[in-house]
Write a protein that binds this ligand. Sequence first.
Ligand code: ADP
Ligand code: MG
Length: 358
Amino acid sequence: MGLIQRLPQDVVNRMAAGEVLARPCNAIKELVENSLDAGATEIMVNMQNGGLKLLQVSDNGKGIERDDFDLVCERFATSKLQKFEDLMHMKTYGFRGEALASLSHVSKVNIVSKREDGKCAYQANYLGEKQRKSAQDGKMLAPTKPAAGKNGTCITATDLFYNLPTRRNKMTTHGEESKMVHDTILRFAIHRPDVSFALHQNQSSDFRTKGDGNFRNVVCTLLGRDLADTVLPLSLESTRLKFKFTGNVSKPITSATSKNSQNRKTSRSFFSVFINGRSVRCDILKHPIDEVLQNRSLFCQFVALHLEIDETRIDVNVHPTKSSVIFLEKEEIIEEIREYFEKFVSDIFGFEPRGNVK
Ligand code: ADP
Ligand code: MG
């Protein structure tokens, strides 16, 4: 008799969910991206106990059709992608239809949503498979019910990882999870000053940005005026390599000064990379910046980078979390950025290699 057997569907679902959503901050990223895809201009995040007890994202986006509630938490069900070729031109963050399905497999999900043209809001609950023995995978527990609610969507996940005890038990320090959620929202808020972001933790407000498009004000609100005052824009464009590199950096400080000021609010270091509007963990873009700074014994408290590459030269479908990307002529692009940043630090800030000020 053969030894290979198909895994039960609930095991497959839970394993896949664990890959997309390793921690509360991954869930928040997915929910916020859905809100941005829905055209929201106001996004409010609520969390309790580092997001493990409660994670909630409400937005004023276009809302979910009542008829779509049925499919919203089903795996590989999406309104954003129709055929494989569309992947070449994705303008939305989402396209794999996995986030809400994953969330419903590792937490208890409630969705309330109202379309602008809808008579009222509707709501439904989706539970992990343990409680859903009789229901089909990814389906609602009961039909949608009318509910009170403003235009937009509010998605609440409670008891995250309740059915993955090992993972949940590992996250005993809620403070660490909260910080990662906080940093995730911070990144979005800085990247999108045109959207108002608010974060509440355990019933108290962490921060709120206005959403008036003023980048400097956002940095001021989130990281302090002292830092915001030193921030300058970066800009480099290559028609040959078809990329545009923009961003903002604070005036570098010497490494010694940065150690002395570690407890000040302004010393908090911020580093983010977005590629084609997507927040990515991109060490290859971090390296040239770090190298230029280290050669001068410098440290930058604030670095926000944005690389835009011709959409036909980039592949974002590398991993379910979509936090890694592959793009063509990577080495050449990185070298141009390194040269540009080197010149920027010398010419604009006046720092020559090995810390010699001009
Ligand atoms: P994806 O974003 O890859 O499509 P998700 O599982 O994140 O997959 O979401 C499934 C679908 O639910 C989306 O395609 C979208 O139609 C809908 N949706 C999710 N969140 C929202 C939201 N905040 N506002 C409006 N529609 C939403
Ligand atoms: Mg999504």
